[in-house]
Design a protein around this ligand. Structure first.
Ligand SMILES: [Zn+2]
Length: 524
């Protein structure tokens, strides 16, 4: 007598995404683990009276997607509060905030996230703007980069003593409601200081993740509340996905103190890497480049650039980064360093190459958008992970953002996934929550402008499953479908291989984590 399966998925097209990819018709799950793959009739003997048999009706089953670069708190804020990221004007923002105030009359604070005033005449939202939304409830709108917060009069009064006056803009001696830098950061922290609020925000974000087929994330966490809330949610069985927490580097000494090292934790919530930055971004001309940015003359609204900034700027300079890398590596931590421009990648790579065992520690470069050939070969040699975002290919077209900022030659050098894979660099895909949607990323990877930037469907899916799992030391239990692995699966309504031009339009039918159905959106 054989122990029955808890769950059987039959009549499916099951891709294991192992190397090479193998296709089965059915998968059997017991105690959250894959116990058998085979033809539907072969697995019938595992059906007991209590077995949940799911007829997949020809749908495609893959390992669950693992997003190697997320910001779940920010994603959740956009979902729970007013999403200002698509607003084209200050008026649009105010309309969205007013709608939010009406929709949620019992929530005292009216919050909006992600506005971008760079294309407006009027500049950041002001106190006067936001007083029009409400004169008795506090209203706060955060700019997309989180370096500016806009407050109405009530919110300004509430925060009065907590905000450094130097970073509060004034006009005629009166605060305009625009808070920058340290003041903006103080506002941002206050907004999630309440753990109930953070629980709601992270729950919304993880629900969004499972609806997009994501079974695990490597979340870049800035404050210290989110890790605690993740663990509480997991303890209450309310965390539907696996979360690997990559901590902002200012947490390093506290983590060392309490003995939380890389890979410590449960099967649901783990300590990941120490995260730091070397440079900024290409869009804001702050990514650090070996050669100057393309001339700005073509852009009439651009301001005169100072010579210092024509090759971008350091967020953390190479000396400071080197010290951090040595310290974290010395304590046994994995590192993930944001480096986008070729100069930033050069310095980051040099710092990581200095560590004792870069490949064994699986140190990572996040984004790595503008790699040179030599850098790709050095990453392969050292075993350093490229944690890249295929959705960034949306800037790769002729006349697109990369073209404007970098010019033709360097545009064609961005995000060369094929070159990276062929050199033997471990490749992990993530979204940076721009937006969180692996199938959209896969779509970009398979339709990229040049051969060097393009992957096959199987390769792109592997980077979002096995590749991301390996970047989080999870390839022994996640990332492919095989007997003995955890049952983290996604069921798709259509096949990415037969619908390769519109992979982004494929709906997620079901998401299963640890053998449990955490999302069921099957069409009748
Ligand atoms: Zn990021």
């Amino acid at each position: 007598m054989t122990d029955a399966a808890d769950r059987l998925l039959v009549n499916a097209v099951v891709h294991t995404l192992t190397d090479p990819d193998t296709v089965f018709e059915a998968v059997a799950i017991r105690d959250g683990e894959i116990i058998r793959l085979g033809d539907s009739y072969e697995l019938e003997f595992l059906e007991g009276v209590e077995t949940d048999v799911i007829d997949c009706d020809g749908r495609v089953v893959l390992p669950g997607f693992i997003d190697a670069h997320t910001h779940m708190e920010q994603l959740g804020q956009h979902l729970v509060h007013a999403d200002l990221s698509t607003a084209d004007s200050a008026a649009d923002c105010l309309e969205a905030l007013s709608a939010q105030a009406d929709r949620d009359p019992d929530r005292e604070w009216v919050l909006g996230f992600g506005y971008d005033d760079s294309a407006w005449e009027s500049g950041p939202l002001t106190r006067a703007d936001l007083d029009a939304v409400s004169e008795d409830r506090p209203v706060v709108a955060m700019r997309v980069d989180l370096h500016t917060a806009s407050l109405n009069s009530v919110a300004l009064e509430r925060f009065a003593d907590d905000l450094p006056a130097d970073d509060l803009r004034t006009a005629d001696g009166e605060p305009t409601g625009v808070a920058v830098e340290d003041a903006a950061e103080a506002v941002r922290r206050q907004l999630t200081a309440d753990r109930d609020e953070l629980r709601e925000v992270l729950s919304a974000a993880t629900q969004y993740a499972v609806e997009h087929g994501v079974t695990g994330v490597h979340d870049k966490v800035r404050g210290s509340s989110a890790p605690r809330v993740y663990r509480e949610l997991a303890a209450n069985d309310e965390l539907p996905i696996r979360v690997r927490i990559d901590y902002w580097s200012d947490h390093l000494e506290s983590l060392v103190d309490v003995g939380l090292t890389t890979n410590a934790g449960s099967d649901r919530v783990q300590t990941g890497a120490i995260k730091s930055f070397s440079d900024g971004s290409i869009g804001s001309r702050t990514a650090k480049l070996q050669e100057p940015y393309a001339a700005v003359a073509a852009e009439p609204d651009a301001e005169c650039e100072s010579a210092d900034h024509e090759r971008g700027q350091w967020v953390v300079d190479p000396d400071e980064l080197g010290t951090l890398v040595a310290r974290a590596d010395g304590e046994g931590y994995q590192l993930c360093i944001h480096a986008i421009g070729d100069e930033a990648i050069e310095e980051t790579l040099s710092a990581l190459e200095e560590t004792s065992d870069p490949g064994g520690r699986r140190h990572r470069i996040e984004h790595a958008e503008l790699l040179t050939d030599g850098q790709i070969d050095r990453m392969a040699e050292a075993g350093i992970v490229a944690s890249m975002q295929p959705n960034f290919h949306r800037w790769a077209g002729e006349g697109g953002l990369y073209d404007q900022r970098l010019g033709e030659e360097r545009r064609l050098r961005t995000n060369r996934f094929r070159r990276v894979l062929e050199a033997g660099v471990p490749l992990a895909f993530g979204s940076d929550c721009m937006p969180l949607d692996p199938l959209l990323g896969v779509q970009h990877a398979v339709t990229a402008p040049t051969d060097a930037q393009r992957l096959s469907v199987t390769e792109a899916l592997r980077a979002y499953t096995h590749g991301a799992a390996a970047a989080g030391f999870d390839d022994d239990r996640l990332g492919t479908l095989a007997v003995g692995k955890r049952a983290d699966l996604v069921v798709l309504e259509a096949s990415p291989w037969t619908q390769a031009e519109r992979i982004d339009e494929i709906d997620v039918a079901m998401t299963i984590v640890d053998g449990e159905v955490v999302f069921d959106g099957r069409e009748a």
